[in-house]
Design a protein around this ligand. Sequence first.
Ligand code: ZN
Length: 340
Amino acid sequence: MPGYFVKQLRCLRSRPKTDFRLRGFILIACLAAWGLALLIGPAAAAPPAGKLLVAATIVPLGDFCQRLGGDLVQVQVLIPPGASPHAFEPAPSVMARAARARVFVYIGAGLEPWAARLLRSRGSKNLMVVEAAQGIPLLGLDEPHHGHEAAKAQGHTGQHPDKEGAPETHLAGNPHIWLDPALAQEICVKIAGALIQADPGHRAQYEANFKDYQAKLAALDREIKQHAQKWRLRDYVTSHPAFSYFARRYNLHEVGTIEAAPGREPTPRHLQDLVAAIRRYGIRVVFAEPQLNPRVAEVIAQEAGVKVLRLDPMGGAPPYGSDYLQMMRANLAALDEALR
Ligand SMILES: [Zn+2]
């Protein structure tokens, strides 16, 4: 594209007598071409010579790929930071970007239902596919750990009160496995294996990166355990069931979530139940997530007389950017404040 731009510039210069309107038109066309080049440039550009092109659906998976691949890989994250993956529909340009990758990493469990489309169109030729959730036993979306205690305590056992009218979900279970650092280690085993298979010449480098990052994930796990031992409260309320695996690992109890399932609007009855549960369990904080509208969390917190803090399941924004370890430490600090 920049080459095209240069050619257009040259043609502009070689026609000194062109009238103003034509020159204006050519200039606009050149600018449009340049703008387009800037817009799709990073997507259209081949990876720098020798780099392995890796596409990952969500920011944390992209970070794992980058840590394990180091400067041997170029990582593209398909779902932009700040977007909820539950509501994401990829534009054709995203699909095109993914189709150029040599390694494709996604969560599975129905989080990215469009991945199947991508894999069908791409075929298996020359593409290493990592489905992170494969082989990991999934919590159901009705498991106690992201439970519906509020509803149960009100006598709504069995069917959840706001189940009716719920949008169809593609989820095969709770997909938020990456928020348990031990499961993150399992995911990294798979990613490292795929990188080595796609680029066997650099096996030693990938193995060294893998060993280094596994140690960091293990250290994070130990650190969270140490903090969790000191927490006096175990119950919490958050926006959607993103921290269910985290809760299971560190022995926390998800009393309820604002969205009973990802993308499911809460009913007024559900919100009342949550407020009642917050009071009953002596919960001091409602957690909001940066990818979801904080308004409902604020209303509930105000009603229950507690405060709102942030738990981030995705990352990709300041202060920690896409760094999973730093994001988890920021989450840990919020949990310290809420549960100590
Ligand atoms: Zn989610």
